[in-house]
Design a protein around this ligand. Structure first.
Ligand code: NA7
Length: 536
């Protein structure tokens, strides 16, 4: 080891989003020399890229920000219960300034490759500009939803008007006024975009392949009185997030959907539909996401709401999902989304009836018509969870590629380590608990920091997961997911993306047990001295 060349850094972090920023801050606290490489020109990750109109939180703002600094909590005031993207980006810039993070971040630096080098016990990282950088540890803070995908439709590059993927939204203002706009995609992003574009576009055509079960967001400004209560109540807010299944403020009702009378059930659904945020999804009867009958009850309720809100019955039917139940995919939260379809300037095209044949220089050709547009917005989603890893040429011991290793679905230890990829630590990797992501991020980062402190103090320089630990965790992830209705449905939750080669079949991509159970497992590994890891 003495003859090894000096490493440029102790740790390289890929990405300056919420996880990369906090990880940088924590590793500085250990005295490590850290470099962050960030593809964008600023901090913020998800909130840096997704500048599309209407982008905002679906988690309560005050449950989403960092919890690690009391001073930060006291000085930052969220303006709305569900803050819009520009505010969140300002917040993350404020965090970067406050903790002086920028001096260790290199912007405009996309990582192309990272190869493990046993000879110097470190990672050899190559940027797209050709420069090379070495470090003992490689920390991936690349985000589960950061590899956007365009549809695999012929002619996408031939369109002559403006065209944007929602993730690659331009930094300059985009106007829809007087324009004929197409939006393809009706996931959480599409729904937020559509309700905003419909306000000013001359004409909006929505191309929907699969409708989703959306529910009202009920956003509003935070009053001064609420602001005081929020700031005084932060310990309670974060304690609640820690106890809930997916780190949201909402916890399932202990009752089963059929343990109450039909009237009580209906009243509870009404109450949830009228309440802000994810309550109807995460705070519903305990069995609506696992029991088919219970799920059918809430599904039927929401279908009725859609029929009430959309005037044209034929359009309403198109907006009602037929092949999956409520909450089995990510529930988009909306503000007058369904009412958009009552506007004379909005039209819904059901791609199940009339699929897109090709994108043309003028617009979109479906099997039954030529549609002309000034702008096409692709709200077509992401190569989720593993996609952001697949784009980097990551090679572990013996030159094996991570992408090949995960060809049949990811294998990890707690979503943090992959056997054969020593000293690579993943934040929000596959098989971690996601949910209200910043809460999971803080836990993940703290755990990784604890491991690195353990190693640093003992002069250990190599960590790998033991194969039996990886096998046990991967089995555990599969076991805790069984019984969830969402695992029987195609979506980014189950790793399906029709626009990506080889991602047509469902895999177990996420840890879908409870966040408290996830943390209990990880805490025990640390408390017992990391016996599942090979440390040297
Ligand atoms: P999603 O939820 O993956 O939604 C993507 C949408 O785009 C969805 O409606 C897709 O239909 C549609 N899509 C994708 N490809 C095509 C093609 N080729 N033709 C027509 N329609 C297509 O991504 P979002 O960005 O909305 O949300 C991702 C997450 O970000 C979200 O869950 C939040 O947590 C934040 P499909 O359903 O596949 O038929």
């Amino acid at each position: 080891a003495d003859a090894a060349p000096a490493l440029d850094h102790d740790a390289i972090i890929i990405g300056a989003g919420m996880s990369g920023l906090y990880q940088l801050h924590r590793l500085r606290g250990l005295g490590l020399r850290v470099r962050v490489f960030e593809a964008g020109s600023g901090v913020g990750g998800t909130w840096y890229w997704n500048r599309y109109p209407g982008a905002r939180f679906d988690s309560e703002s005050y449950s989403y920000g960092y919890s690690f600094s009391q001073e930060l909590l006291e000085e930052w005031s969220w303006s709305e219960h569900f803050a819009p993207q520009p505010e969140t980006l300002r917040y993350l810039n404020h965090v970067a300034d406050k903790f002086d993070l920028r001096r260790d971040i290199r912007f405009g630096s996309r990582v192309a490759a990272a190869h493990w080098r046993e000879d110097f016990r470190g990672w050899d990282v190559a940027l797209e500009d050709g420069s090379r950088h070495t470090a003992r540890f490689l920390i991936t803070a690349v985000g589960p939803l950061s590899a956007p995908t365009l549809p695999r439709i012929e002619g996408v590059e031939t369109f002559r008007g403006e065209a944007f993927h929602t993730y690659h939204w331009p930094h300059h203002p985009v106007s829809f006024a007087g324009k004929r706009v197409a939006v393809i995609g009706t996931g959480a992003t599409g729904v937020q975009t559509i309700q905003e574009v419909a306000k000013t576009a001359a004409h909006l055509t929505v191309f929907q392949r699969t409708p989703n079960w959306c529910a009202p967001l009920h956003n509003r400004p935070i009053t001064e009185e609420e602001q005081r209560r929020i700031k005084a109540g932060y310990p309670g807010i974060f304690a609640r997030c820690r106890e809930s299944f997916a780190c949201f403020l909402h916890t399932p009702d202990p009752r089963g959907a059929f343990e109450v009378t039909p009237e009580e059930r209906e009243a509870f659904f009404e109450e949830l539909y009228a309440s802000p945020g994810f309550g109807i999804w995460q705070g519903n009867f305990r069995d609506v996401l696992t029991d088919r009958e219970a799920n059918a009850a809430i599904t039927e309720f929401v279908a009725r709401k859609i029929r009430q809100r959309v005037k044209d019955p034929a359009v309403a039917e198109k907006l009602i999902p037929k092949n999956h139940g409520f909450g089995t995919r990510r529930v988009p939260l909306e503000t007058r989304y369904y009412e958009v379809y009552n506007q004379p300037n909005v039209r819904l095209v059901d791609l199940r009836e009339t699929p897109i044949e090709r994108i043309t220089p003028q617009g979109i050709r479906t099997t039954d018509a030529e549609h002309e547009f000034d702008m096409i917005v692709y709200a077509t989603g992401f190569d989720a969870i593993t996609g952001s890893f697949d784009r980097i040429d990551i090679r572990g011991a013996g030159g094996q590629r991570l992408k090949d290793r995960w060809a049949g679905g990811p294998q990890t230890f707690m979503g943090v380590l992959v056997e054969g990829f020593p000293n690579m630590l993943m934040l929000m990797g596959p098989h971690t608990a996601l949910g209200n992501i910043p809460r999971s991020i803080e836990y993940n980062v703290d755990w990784v920091t604890g491991l690195l402190r353990h190693m640093w103090e003992r002069g250990l320089t190599r960590v790998d997961a033991r194969p039996e630990a990886v096998a046990a965790w991967t089995d555990h992830v599969k076991a805790v997911g069984s019984g969830l209705l969402s695992n029987e449905v195609d979506s980014w939750f189950t790793g399906v993306n029709t626009n990506v080669e080889g991602k047509q079949t469902r895999i177990v991509a996420r840890y879908s047990g409870s966040a408290p159970a996830y943390r209990a497992w990880c805490d025990e590994v640390a408390a017992k001295g990391y016996r599942e890891l090979e440390l040297a």
